[in-house]
Design a protein around this ligand. Sequence first.
Ligand code: ADP
Ligand code: MG
Length: 526
Amino acid sequence: MPPKQKNELYKESARKKDVRTTNIEAAKAVADAVRTSLGPRGMDKMVAAPNGEVIITNDGATILQKMTVTQPAAKMLVELSKSQDVVAGDGTTSVVVICGALLKKCQELLEKGVHPTIISDSFSKAAAKACEILESIAIPVDMDDREALIRAANTSLSSKVVSQYSSLLSPMAVDAVLRVMDPARPNMLDLRDIKIVAKVGGTIDDSEMVDGMVFDQKAAKSAGGPTRMEDAKIGLIQFQISPPKTDIENNVIVSDYNQMDRVYKEERNYILSVVKKVKASGCNVLLIQKSILRDAVTDLALHYLAKAKIMVVRDIERDEIELISKTLGCLPIAHVDHMKPEKLGAAALVEEVEVGKGRVVKITGIANKGRTATVLLRGSNKMVLEEADRSLHDALCVIRCLVSKRFLLAGGSSPEVEVSMQLAQWSKTLQGMESFCVRAFAEALEVVPYTLSENAGLNPINIVTELRRLHAAGEKYAGINVKKGNITNMLEGNVVQPLLVTSSALTLATECVRMILKIDDIVPTR
Ligand code: ADP
Ligand code: MG
């Protein structure tokens, strides 16, 4: 029995139609804004903040996040890009572009009188089918296959501003991930275990993976403390080496010199006793967490620490503590009485070194190093460096996608064309409006090859028709070779991307479209 179809066409009230049209128009405008950044030949955006800060980026999520968007539906696209960033980390431009194309199709369908609910349901079905098709053409990948992982990272980096450095950054991303991966729990990967320290100076070529740990700050040496320590015993402390403060409401009034002397003496004795306890534990390098309650360490304390030949690195962020203790094999110490030798980490060398224009503290030769990795990223200026950081993050995310779902797809829009073709065929087995909507969904996916070729300066119509022909002839992996400007087998061209990136882009874009479709009124609140 075919499903029942409404015979009469759906007519909206003028206001509801208006709201829906405005929403779709606004969302499409956002999608159009990032369209030109898709693909390796895509353009970059310069984002200028009111305070004069400028960033240059190609990352869809970053562009949208910085964009001033006020229309509520347009904001949904910003959120869409953000969700793709969370789920997959890459494909943040694609997801918005696909969403824009789907919305355009919705508009056409609505004009033809198809009810929004029917469009919404059919799109949901189509997206589920699309994911099935994607899975059927995906190629399994082995985590031991380092080359394949590097190829995937390369694809992700190829569209970035820093793409010419992908031969350095891709292996680095792969090695960092492989280093933090726990063989006992191969599906768990926490990117927070990879520390990226970005330092201005030099070029990206000078970036390196450090076998050990790097801190962005200098050693505290105002009091003449050591800046290099061999055979280090490292203590990570969360307590303060400074005189305790009185309650906020209380004041201590010192009226004569005798009392003043006593206060100073007390303070000195207190700090001295703390430093002695630190020294007694055998600790010779102190990492001190930032404190908001009172000074983490005072000048007087630094003086005594320097005298005791203890190297000090201050301003350790609270959220770094976990990573540090994991890396160095030490335990964070919350009170001076807990300063015990067994809580310290050991390393062959802790040293302040010069990097580019600044200095960093490097810890090498860590005795029992945990599963973490540190990348020291370099760049000639802040803009390049920040974009390199974002790009490396994307590459890391791509590898993370492969860890959680070990399948690769060919790139260069070959999966989108294949899905579009198979969906169009599948729509012929459906009936009525549903078939019509699924067909529209399939056509919308062609926006990816269309945009890729447009951005590469190729003739989109020729390319898309040629791709259709090849895919119909069974060439599943035919895609646009953007660099050469022709159509080739993408697997042979080594352009591969994780299945998760494409499948989540399709699902999330569809979800967003369905949400926008179902809104028929905007209710302002105070
Ligand atoms: P996103 O933010 O969505 O990841 P990108 O600008 O990274 O956007 O572009 C991704 C698209 O570019 C994907 O469809 C991918 O297949 C394609 N692509 C990436 N590298 C190449 C390449 N070397 N040749 C052809 N297509 C590529
Ligand atoms: Mg990308």
